[in-house]
Design a protein around this ligand. Sequence first.
Ligand code: GAL
Length: 848
Amino acid sequence: MKGILLLLLLLLLSLLFWEPVLGANVTYDHRALVIDGTRRVLISGSIHYPRSTPEMWPDLIEKSKAGGLDVIETYVFWNIHEPVRNQYDFEGRKDLVRFVKTVAEAGLLVHLRIGPYVCAEWNYGGFPLWLHFIPGIKFRTDSQPFKAEMQKFTAKIVDMMKQENLYASQGGPIILSQIENEYGNVQSAYGLAAKTYINWSASMATSLDTGVPWVMCQQADAPDPIINTCNGFYCDQFTPNSNKKPKMWTENWTGWFLSFGGAVPYRPVQDIAFAVARFFQRGGTFQNYYMYHGGTNFGHTSGGPFIATSYDYDAPLDEYGIIRQPKWGHLKELHKAIKLCEKALVATDPTSSSLAPNVEAHVYNTTIGCAAFLANIGIQSDVTVIFNGKSFHLPAWSVSILPDCQNVVLNTAQINSQTTSQQIKYQTLKHKRTDESDHSSEALQSDWSFVNEPIGISESDVFAKPGLLEQINTTADMSDYLWYSISIEISGDEPFLFNGTQTNLHVESLGHVLHVFVNKNYSGRGIGNSGNAKVTLEKTIMLSRGNNTIDLLSATVGLQNYGAFFDLSGAGITGPVKLGGQSGSLDLSTKEWTYQIGLKGEKSRQFEDFEASQWVSLSTIPTNQPLIWYKTTFDAPEGNDPVAIDFTGMGKGEAWVNGQSIGRYWPKNIAPQSGCSSCNYGGAFKSDKCLKNCGKPSQQLYHVPRSFMKRDSNTLVLFEEMGGDPTKISFVTKQIGSVCAHVSELHPGPVDAWNSSGQNRGTLGPMLTLECSYPNQLISSIRFASFGTPHGTCGNFNHGKCSSANALAVVQQACIGLKYCNIGVSAKSFGDPCKGVTKSLAVEAVCS
Ligand code: GAL
């Protein structure tokens, strides 16, 4: 009896403490996504999990949350998860479940874009190479073998998420999923089958029963219930294909991707803020930054051809995860301003009116509140307009946000956010820590060992075939490299020779990079570019009497990821290959060639076989020699700051730290001299509008995540393809140098001054805020402070003609020793050094 009572008691207790896992109900209507019955304004940002490390994820997500994001968006990258058909991998950087859970732990939501075609400047658009070899397959169309594999992978991911209860319908963070990606951009090339394929994709996805909505981006004909969404630099003009669907923006490009050989793209934050504000002004309710953190294309993950290893993207969080200012801060203020309008925004459609040429007002007037957006879409001139009986000054290409239809809380062109300067600290590669008594830091040269990579055919598992073979079909992308080798007998009187021994070698290749060796001597190279990957090489070569070998090494630099039939674009030497003189030519294209897939050092896994005896140590190592492996050991730079290698001095190749590839390096690929002229944020942005680093290496610094390194004795292996000097490379750590802010006394004041029901407390006036970026840091000194007419940028401020004498003392008093400080930007704080002149406050502070 006692036992039964006890059992009953236990049962009662367990019922009391049993919490059902409550799922959220995610639906949508004309205005917005609806979560548990409430329409939501959602700010989202893309972070691709394999472009950083699990150790970096919590920090990236926290910084995203602090920046005002509600949702983290990621693609799912099929080719890293199923590298071999039916063999799955979800370890380390590929641990999708861990990533989604990390987002959930931070209290944010997830948009899972499964694709599985993703584009994303990712190798082969995310498709595994084995897919290409399935008999009869046609990608991204109504092809049975393709659809079977696409469905299998999509269902696999959905099941994984379901098993972990990660859909919102199960109490998890995933509120949205995407199927396909921008198919509408290429659809016409696939003819009538395209429509069948899209309809099939839609019903296949819906049948997986995730309990949350699906979207298709750039797919005007997306069938119900799939929501069609917009991608682009601006999406305010977009309308979904049904009045029952909300206006959503899945990719707002915060910058652009970098190509080897290109200059570094950037997008001014005033223009991004303008685009975002315009979108919400004209009825949008979901917006995603592509990218919020771009990260790094480790290993061979970059797409192409010629996508660089850095995928920094000029995103609000830089490649290393450091907050990029003023981009991050200004967008954070923008998000607060938009959220102040949320209730009115989701309650109704806006009514619009024109206040002047190029000036549009949109008002969300509801019984629970009123919010307004005033836009000056003119590129040249500022305008002053009257709205609701008050006068408003609108800078060119800007939007003012009025959460109460009365007062401006933010103008997209006026930045109140702090900027930071980045300090890059150079450190020579240390063989051993200097603090260890038995070893001091030594000259580098003796610390390197090397192995030559054989020229031409060196392995036994090679094959010979008549004719020239397309590269990707031959290598299945198991390596970037394919050797094409041929022997020819020369007697000296061949008509294709001139001067007895010389001839012109003509090689045509689909790309991407070609090296020519004649009789094992380096004889030239050809390099394609991101606009045209093809290489045509014309070279005078010397042959000798008797047997001659011509070894052609073709290298890919990331496989195509975009365009109709991109999977078939091909690479390598498809010919013709000819020898020619004045009086004749010899076409080698159909002769018998011997093929070797990959390098000897790749096969022997030289990058992780550190002890192998073939490594040669000499006091002077060979430099500026093509096809050579280098190895050294190093201690990790002290501290926790992000680490990069500066590859100045090297040519092109790949680098491994403790056996993990940090990606392809190519510092000798220089951006064009021109194209970097100054760039104004006003006017429509395009990917090549704002460029920097002209005439410099496209990428000089290469990220080495802290988690790839131990404290001591790390091994760095390089494969150098073109020739370089490894003793010239160095390590750098990246830090925030100082934090700055520059605020005008005309600024509307901080968005924080508004309370949550959208009323301006109205007492604060313009404020300058400084905040240290790292936890545990305090403001330790003020490098510069001026109230008056200061000018310049962070790290280079100067006093203007007008300057209050006590500015430095006032700022020091207000800020030193604090993590965060606020100073009123007005003569009340500083006295008036020049009456009648519009003044501003500029401050540069150091955190330590
Ligand atoms: C979009 C595509 C993304 C990415 C972007 C450019 O068209 O959907 O995956 O490639 O362009 O960065």
